[in-house]
Design a protein around this ligand. Structure first.
Ligand code: SF4
Length: 482
């Protein structure tokens, strides 16, 4: 049976589709398109009506579409180290012109189907059909897909006009993250991490385009000092000047204020959506929030995003009334999922959780993009607060607050090989969670974009261990309560 999609989710899909379509149109019409890090102040670009794309979301989408490994390897072949964040590798390969394409037979013009792809064929009773010759399940031809190969848009562009050029252009995978226009400028803010700085410098050098940089250093204190605010405010001014030079337009204060109002409205609605995970059982899960990361990052300063998140909020209020939930199993345990998910392995992440009744009712990554401010100083302060730019005390405080509010029984920590700044302090965080909250934690090794760094067997064992520890914890608490 087809899964029903709520009006809020449909509205959000449209918002992001429109942002991508607008950027492709702008590029086709010769207007500027920028690439931006996820926590660069999008309000500044909005004041100039610029079309902006977000490489982190793009890389997550490419990884979820199972092309992360191909693109990571392409970046490694260009000389980028395998230890660099997978998002950066995917983005750098893309900026160099590399694309995941469907293998095409240049004589017939047809795609070459990979015989190993596709889902098992089922008969009218829902049983898997076995091929009598091989003894293996037959593939459903409707779900089989062409081989994936690496192509290069600059090589394609250099071809003479004709059939090969047309076929290779058309063979580039059609999903939106593989169709993003090349950048005319880049906007970088290193509040996300310092890898971002080198990543964007490389894109700017590779494409010979301007880089507008806002430096937000790691903050050793929970409060953001006034001198830090002044440092960032001065950089907002410098970025505005650079954008004026780039676009040939004057900074439009009205549009800026409107973008700030929209961003605050979107962020507030997003935070309220995140709070729905506090219900027991939760109508929505952390995996649902992960799926909306692209929406909040890509369209935060757009009024349509605010409206769509408000609609999603209404859907969730209704779900709570009727007892509906997106989680397809009874919730026995509630956990916080720490870190970014392994996008290419989402079904593998989900399987053992489902088998053990473990619902992800808390995540750190999602609410980090819901920040609200009152004025320009507040805006500078808000941009200081990203998961990898705050001190450990602030990080522990955020997480423990979410764990308490969302009533978790345990914490599942993703030691993400790509994201070293995030994973580096997780061992100490785990210790603090257990000490302060009395909940067990389990860690597993993985990667948000490069599937070579995920081991399914290890993950399943760690989930099993966490479930056993949560079970023992629960039994102990029940015995103590008697
Ligand atoms: S924060 Fe982590 S995942 Fe994101 S770009 Fe930086 S290293 Fe990569």
């Amino acid at each position: 049976m087809a899964k029903t999609v709520s009006p809020g989710v449909l509205a959000l899909r449209k918002v992001v589709d429109d942002v991508h379509a607008d950027a492709r149109k702008a590029h086709a019409e010769g207007r500027l398109v920028g690439w931006s890090s996820s926590k660069f102040p999008c309000e500044l670009a909005a004041a100039f009506d610029l079309d902006v794309m977000y490489p982190e979301n793009q890389a997550a989408g490419i990884a979820a579409n199972r092309d992360g490994e191909l693109m990571c390897k392409a970046a490694e072949d260009l000389g980028f180290d395998n230890d660099i964040c997978g998002y950066a590798r995917i983005s750098l390969a893309y900026a160099a012109g590399k694309r995941a394409s469907r293998k095409v037979n240049l004589e017939t013009g047809e795609y070459v189907i990979n015989p190993n792809s596709g889902k098992p064929l089922k008969d009218e009773n829902g049983n898997v059909v076995i091929d009598p010759e091989t003894g293996k399940p037959k593939k459903d031809p409707k779900t089989m897909v062409p081989y994936t190969v690496l192509d290069d848009i600059y090589e394609i562009e250099a071809l003479p006009e004709g059939r090969e050029k047309e076929l290779r252009k058309a063979a580039i995978k059609p999903y939106r993250q593989m169709q993003i226009p090349q950048p005319d400028f880049v906007l970088c803010c290193n509040n996300i991490c310092n890898c971002m700085t080198k990543w964007y410098e490389n894109i700017a050098r590779m494409r010979n385009i301007p880089l507008i940089m806002i430096d937000i250093p790691y903050n050793n204190t929970v409060e953001v000092a006034d001198t830090n605010v002044a440092y960032v405010r001065a950089q907002f001014d410098a970025a505005i000047k650079q954008l004026e030079e780039l676009t040939g337009k004057k900074f439009n204060e009205k549009k800026f204020e409107q973008a700030c109002a929209n961003a605050n409205r979107t962020a507030s609605a997003w935070l309220r959506v995140c709070d729905y995970l506090q219900y027991k059982p939760a109508p929505y899960s952390g995996f649902d929030l992960f799926n909306h990361m692209a929406d909040i990052v890509t369209a935060r300063a757009k009024v349509e995003a605010a409206e769509a998140f408000e609609l999603l909020e209404k859907d969730l209020a209704e779900a709570v009334k009727t007892g509906a939930t997106t989680t397809p199993f009874p919730e026995q345990y509630r956990v916080m999922f720490e870190g970014i998910p392994c996008w290419p392995k989402l079904p593998n992440l989900f399987k053992p959780l489902k088998a053990n009744g473990v619902n992800v009712t808390a995540v750190v990554y999602a609410p980090a993009f819901g920040f609200v401010y009152d004025d320009l100083d507040g805006m500078a302060r808000a941009y200081y607060k990203a998961p990898n730019s705050v001190c450990i005390e602030q990080g522990v405080d955020w997480r423990e607050g979410i764990c308490r509010d969302n009533k978790v029984d345990g914490v599942l920590v993703h030691y993400n090989r790509s994201c070293k700044p995030w994973s580096g302090y997780m061992a100490e965080m785990q210790r603090r969670f257990t000490d302060d909250l009395g909940v067990p934690c389990a860690g597993f090794d993985g990667d948000q974009a490069d599937p070579r760094n995920f081991n399914e067997a290890q993950y399943e064992t760690r989930v099993q261990g966490l479930v056993e520890a949560m079970e023992a914890n629960k039994a102990k608490k029940e015995a103590e309560a008697k």
